[in-house]
Design a protein around this ligand. Structure first.
Ligand code: SF4
Length: 344
């Protein structure tokens, strides 16, 4: 499988009043073309900073170090203006709250048409520059004011809404984002992704705010996008059960590091890291034949005061002296299943 995304030795540092603090610490990760990879961890594990760094959308007080190659191009060294043009057609991101990405003053149909136009420009350009995925213009459609009167929604926009199973797509197309429910807005974002046909899609907690039925539908839509368009998906979630439903591989993050990585079935059925075991234990029915495993005591560490050695040691019931002094590194325990823990 060709790599659509290759993250190597990535650090994300945030400037605080007195110092810099690292939210992502030396992450290595590859995502194949058309692969769905889940990135899971508690709040503060660094998974959202990783997602934002991949999209080059980190806030002004943060900086990334290392390499993030998207389709062979390094995002870390890419100037912001060029990165903005790179997003859209080549890469898109779906957030937990779709209003973050939707333009509140543009009708759904206009935003979907904008996506079609971006794709058209992208395809035109690709014919001339096979090495590039830049969308010309560099205009951010989120801040464009829509026309007073809306043209009738295009057939492609309505079809995209139908594809994401929005009832009455013509009517929905003529609405503004605030007139839609959270589930409908998330479907509109996915419809937009269908139209853009990105090579890489980063989805950060895309189903967290949705009810269970809508969540299942949105997950199946994302899987369809990956299967039908060959889109590589980085699916970020705090919920290992949700990740288990969509991802082919799972990366478990703790205190900014990937502590376990492997095929989803291997990680869920045979978790190796005590933290992964704890995450699975926090699922009501778990994966251990319905038997509940112990939950994780305590809370994630403050990135300004990380413990020495294994960052999980203050919460780990298996912690040994070595765990408090010696950093861990990834070891392959079975085919493609890696863990960073001194128990192995
Ligand atoms: Fe627990 Fe030690 Fe493994 Fe860390 S290295 S998870 S403290 S056993």
């Amino acid at each position: 499988m060709t790599d659509a995304l290759k993250v190597s030795g990535l650090w994300v540092d945030y400037r605080t009043k007195a110092t810099w603090a690292s939210a992502v610490r030396g992450v290595d990760l590859t995502v194949g073309a058309g692969e769905v990879i889940g990135v899971v961890g508690e709040s503060g594990s660094g998974k959202s900073s990783l997602a934002l760094a991949i999209m080059k959308l980190l806030p002004a007080n943060a900086k990334a170090r290392g390499r993030i190659e998207v389709l062979g191009r390094d995002m870390v060294g890419l100037p912001s203006r060029e990165a903005h043009r790179y997003r859209g057609a080549g890469m898109t991101m779906i957030f937990q709250e779709p209003m973050t990405s939707l333009n509140p003053v543009m009708r759904v149909s206009e935003q979907l048409s904008e996506a079609v136009r971006s794709r058209g420009e992208h395809h035109k350009l690709e014919m001339y520059r096979a090495d590039s995925l830049i969308v010309p213009g560099g205009r951010d459609p989120r801040f464009a004011l829509g026309p007073e009167r809306s043209a009738p929604p295009s057939k492609e926009a309505v079809d995209a809404l139908r594809q994401v199973r929005i009832s009455d797509p013509e009517r929905t197309a003529s609405k503004y984002p605030h007139e839609l429910s959270g589930g409908e807005r998330q479907r509109v974002m996915i419809a937009m992704s269908f139209l853009l046909r990105p090579r890489v899609l980063v989805a950060d907690e895309p189903t967290t705010a949705l009810d269970v039925t809508t969540q299942a539908q949105v997950l199946s839509l994302l899987l369809g996008l990956s299967r039908d368009e060959g889109t590589s998906v980085i699916f970020v979630s705090h919920d290992i059960l949700v990740v288990g439903q969509v991802a082919q591989r799972v990366a478990v993050m703790y205190a900014g590091e990937v502590v376990e990585l492997g095929p989803t079935e291997a990680v869920l059925k045979n978790p190796l890291h005590p933290y992964t075991k704890g995450l699975i234990g926090s699922i009501p029915s778990g994966f251990k034949g319905g038997k509940r495993i112990e939950q994780i005591p305590g809370s994630p560490p403050d990135i300004l005061a990380l413990p020495s050695g294994c960052k999980f040691n203050p919460r780990c019931k298996f912690a040994m002296e070595r765990c408090r002094t010696e950093e861990t590194s990834m070891k392959e325990m079975e085919k493609d299943h890696f863990v960073a823990c001194h128990l192995y």
